[in-house]
Design a protein around this ligand. Structure first.
Ligand SMILES: N[C@@H](CCC(=O)N[C@@H](CS)C(=O)NCC(=O)O)C(=O)O
Length: 305
C-alpha cells in the first residue's frame, strides 16, 4: 500500500496543488474522496473538527493544511524544494500571497454560471444549493479580506503579468525546475483554466506553456480507497515518534488549534508537541485508535480548552 493517503474532492484547488505535486514527485498514493462541503463524517475520526480540504494521512499521522502536506511530500520524495523550509524567503513570500490573496481572487473571478453549470452536471441540484449555502456562510464568518468581485479580476491579471515576467527566461517560477511556489501558483490558475474553462489566461503565452508543463506532471499513481480502509490504516499503525518538543505550559493539556483566516472551526485534542512549524494534537476515536493530528503554527491559534 502507498505511504500517503489523500483525503480530498476533485474540484478542490488546494487538493489540486497536492495532486500535481504528487505527480511531479512521482509518488503513488491512495485517494479517499469526501463531500464538497461539511458534514464530512468519514473524515472526522481522523482529522476531528478540521473543516478544510485536503488532509493527508500517513498511518496514524494526519496532516492538515498543504504547508504540512507538501513538507511530507518533500520528505517522501527526497526533494527539499517542494517544502517551504527547503526554499528561500522570496519563495515563502510568493507562496503566502499565492495561497491566500491570489487564491481567493482566482476563485471569485472563476465563479460564475459556467462553473456552476459544470459543477451541477457532475452532481445534483441539492448538492449545489448546499455547497453555495455553505460557502456563503464561510465567507461571512471569514476574518481575512478577499478582493471584491469587482476588484478580483484585476488582482488575477496583475498576478498573470507577474507570472509571465518570471517565466520570460526560465521554465519554472524560481528556476529551471519546479519548487513549492510553482504548485501554489498552479492551483489558482488551474481553477480558472481547467476547472472553470475560462479563456482569461489565453493572452499569456508563457503562463499557458508553463501550465501545460505543470499539467503534464499528472497526479502520480493513485488508487481509490474507502474511508473505512483509511481508518483501518490508522488503527493498524502507531503515530510516528515525535521530535523533541519546545516547552509550552499547554503540553499534555486539552487544547484547540484554530485557523485564523476562514473555516475557523477549532480542532480539539491533547497537545503532545510544539515544533518549530507545527502543533501536534493526540486524538482518540474507536474507529482509528490514537492519531496525531499535525497543524501549522503560522496562520493558526493555539488555546487551552
Ligand atoms: N490553508 C489551507 C487552505 C485549504 C482550503 O482553503 N481548502 C478549501 C478547498 S480548496 C476548503 O477547504 N474549502 C472549504 C471546504 O472544502 O469545506 C491549505 O493550504 O490547505
Amino acid at each position: 500500500m502507498p505511504d500517503l493517503i489523500l483525503h480530498h474532492y476533485a474540484m478542490s484547488p488546494f487538493a489540486e496543488k497536492v495532486r500535481a505535486m504528487l505527480g511531479y514527485a512521482d509518488l503513488s498514493w491512495s485517494s479517499v474522496l469526501h463531500p464538497t462541503q461539511p458534514p464530512r463524517k468519514m473524515l472526522a475520526p481522523l482529522a476531528g473538527e478540521y473543516r478544510k480540504i485536503p488532509v493527508a494521512q500517513i498511518g496514524a499521522d494526519v496532516f492538515c493544511d498543504t504547508r504540512l502536506i507538501t513538507r511530507e511530500i518533500a520528505r517522501l520524495s527526497g526533494q527539499p524544494r517542494l517544502a517551504l523550509a527547503g526554499c528561500d524567503d522570496k519563495v515563502a513570500e510568493f507562496v503566502s500571497k499565492a495561497d491566500l490573496e491570489i487564491f481567493l481572487a482566482c476563485v471569485i473571478t472563476a465563479s460564475g454560471p459556467k462553473l456552476l453549470f459544470r459543477f451541477w452536471r457532475s452532481t445534483s441540484t441539492l448538492t449545489v444549493i448546499r455547497f453555495l449555502r455553505d460557502r456563503i456562510q464561510m465567507g461571512r464568518t471569514a476574518t481575512v479580506r478577499a478582493a471584491s468581485p469587482k476588484r478580483a479580476p484585476g488582482v488575477v491579471t496583475a498576478h498573470l503579468a507577474d507570472l509571465e515576467a518570471r517565466l520570460a527566461n526560465q521554465s519554472f517560477l524560481f528556476g529551471e525546475t519546479p519548487c513549492v511556489a510553482d504548485f501554489s501558483a498552479w492551483h489558482g490558475v488551474w481553477f480558472i483554466r481547467e476547472a472553470a474553462g475560462s479563456s482569461m489566461i489565453a493572452p499569456y503565452a508563457k503562463v499557458n506553456a508553463w501550465m501545460d508543463r505543470m499539467k503534464a506532471f499528472g497526479h502520480g499513481a493513485s488508487q481509490p480507497m474507502k474511508a473505512k480502509a483509511a481508518w483501518a490504516a490508522a488503527r493498524d499503525a502507531a503515530p510516528r515518534e515525535l521530535p523533541q518538543s519546545e516547552d509550552s505550559p499547554l503540553l499534555g493539556k486539552a487544547v484547540t488549534v484554530t485557523p485564523s483566516d476562514y473555516g475557523q472551526v477549532p480542532v480539539s485534542g491533547t497537545l503532545v508537541a510544539q515544533l518549530a512549524d507545527s502543533w501536534v494534537l493526540a486524538r482518540e476515536h474507536a474507529a482509528t485508535g490514537t492519531v496525531h493530528v499535525h497543524l501549522p503554527r503560522d496562520g493558526f491559534a493555539l488555546a487551552a480548552q
